[in-house]
Design a protein around this ligand. Sequence first.
Ligand SMILES: Cc1cc2nc3c(=O)[nH]c(=O)nc-3n(C[C@H](O)[C@H](O)[C@H](O)COP(=O)(O)O)c2cc1C
Length: 349
Amino acid sequence: MLIDAETAHHAALNFLRAIQGFPPALGLARLCYRQKPEKELAVKLAGLEFPNPVGLAAGWDKDALASEALSAFGFGFLELGTVTRWPEKGHPRPRIFRSFKDQWIVNRVGFANDGAEAVAGRLKRIDPKGKTVVGLSVGKMLASHPKRLIPEAVSIMEMCYSYVSFFSLNVSSPNTPQGFKMGGRGFLEESLRELSAQNQHIAQRLGQSPKPLFVKISPTVSLAEVDELARVIRGSGVSGVIAANSMATPRGGLSGLPLQLIALKMTARLRSRLAGSVPIIGVGGILTPRDAWQRVLAGADLIQIFSGFVFRGPGFVRQILSYCLDQMHKEGFSNISQACGAKADYYAR
Ligand SMILES: Cc1cc2nc3c(=O)[nH]c(=O)nc-3n(C[C@H](O)[C@H](O)[C@H](O)COP(=O)(O)O)c2cc1C
């Protein structure tokens, strides 16, 4: 790799910001990349209407810099962030490593972001043309004790409540101290209950409907732990589970191909345990349109891409959507939600 991966990422973000600032370029991007809305691909979930099931995973646009350009690439939804209450520098650079040949990314960024105030200011100005759903991932400061997770998350939510359609709680970062303990059962149970209650309070105070809350979990768990997580999530009041974050390794969080089978099986297992009671957002190692379709069959109501977007580029969303449409027609599904979980038992084995 000739150029540092994080430098390349910032260059891509700057390019998208330039497109955003120049309407003809934005229009051209829409023309080239955005699939025309298809009813069969639309998903209704947690009271939200997703024009299609393909989302951008958290961490790609942490600071909400490029949502209009990303929307032009055809995403059905964007999970911006992870944002913390105050700005974070994260771990020292270099901290993102990737292999195009072997299709993996390792990162130990550690939530570097501009902080809730700056991000709220940008979210306020977003006007993604079309109906791309925009949500925000929230986490705690690197140095904060896990007990601070909910107060800090609530504070971020209060600042951004009117500008996004959903929030997700990141309890699974492989790069924050105690990131894993945070995903443990007792802690998770208590945190989700508290956050759901606070969500109701904020909505009441602002005279709005409560926003859907998702929780993002770690893939570094045993099958028995997945069952336990499913039980906790089922009783927690959250509107969805995002499975999964990058996998913890000594070098940092591992994403891409090495995560594929684990994330696929996790989706299928969750599907069989949750039995449709809590929607699943499948993420991890979706690198081809076929992987995306497989994830839907395994039980993902929605999917997200990160590494696949980095390696395949902006045309990837459209490729996934047109492949899914073809498969739906071939296999006799009249909409994508019908296909969701059709092979969960097979992939859960
Ligand atoms: C450089 C990088 C930064 C990431 N930052 C975040 C983050 O801030 N919050 C989060 O929830 N996930 C973050 N992730 C995890 C991704 O959202 C995703 O769960 C993971 O990469 C697996 O998907 P993939 O195999 O398609 O890359 C990050 C991943 C990478 C590679």
